[in-house]
Design a protein around this ligand. Sequence first.
Ligand code: BMA
Length: 320
Amino acid sequence: MLIRHPKSPILTRSNIPEVNPFMVDVSSVFNPGAVKFNDKYILLLRVQNRGRETFIVKAESTDGVEFTVDNKMVDFKGIEKVKEKIYHIYDARITKIENSYYVMFAMDMDCGCQLGLAKTSDFENFEFLGIVSEGDVRNGVLFPEKVNGKYLRFERPNKVQLEGGPSSGGTIVLSESEDLMTWKHVKQVMSGRFHYWDENIGSGPAPVKTSEGWLHVYHGIALHFASSNIYQAGVALHDLNDPSIVLHRGKYNILEPRESYELTGQVPNVVFPSGMIVENYNSDGFAELDSKVSIYYGAADTVVGLATTTIIDLIKAAKQ
Ligand code: BMA
């Protein structure tokens, strides 16, 4: 039910400027965080170079389709103070809370994957606030406002080892915090549906407030023995006052790998939704039902795809 943009994939490695030595003829660009800032569309891209180093690079656009990519990696000021080695920084999710923009990302370290948090008010200067997780966890996404006085996030503990692949997980957990830095699990809110399209799961972009509940786009993984796992996108609706309650969860995926750039690449059969831009909100901060929605996703861990829909269509998909 998502409509792929005719220009999708909108970013490939050929769009990444050459910077000696770390950004020359890069391998891939995928899994972007997305936000609209001062009428510009911003993506925080995951770029992987030929040393298999992974870092974040910003891209900007006036129409959400044609992006200009920075010729430098994002410098999260203060991250150099982390004593343990950070191998990779990736899969940034962006959430606006009050007047600041928060970027939550995965950090591969010797102790597993951790969640890092950074803050910006201009998308030029990024302040690293710290590591905000414990244990092996990925797909951390902040809610755009406090609920019942607490900051909230969804996160996905890495508990499952995919056959021959990375660690993954079959549950999404809701956590709460007073200060964005120290987090406490509230409860498990969603589990993978064994035998169906979303056997393992993880949140995609930040949840969006709608009159029908928190709209939550997530990825589901169908596990295939001796073959590649299939990453798809799906949608759920959570109670506005208690997001641990799932009101509806779509039975069918909303996007699955079909185009050649989704079926083949560095990791075949992957659509990985990570950025979502909603054009119109009402004065109470609820997304308008007829608002256009742009979903930016990594395709085959190689390029960035764009697909569009509306809030009402996503709500209908969650109810199906
Ligand atoms: C997941 C994460 C994503 C990646 C996906 C497919 O475990 O590592 O960043 O896009 O696998 O390889």
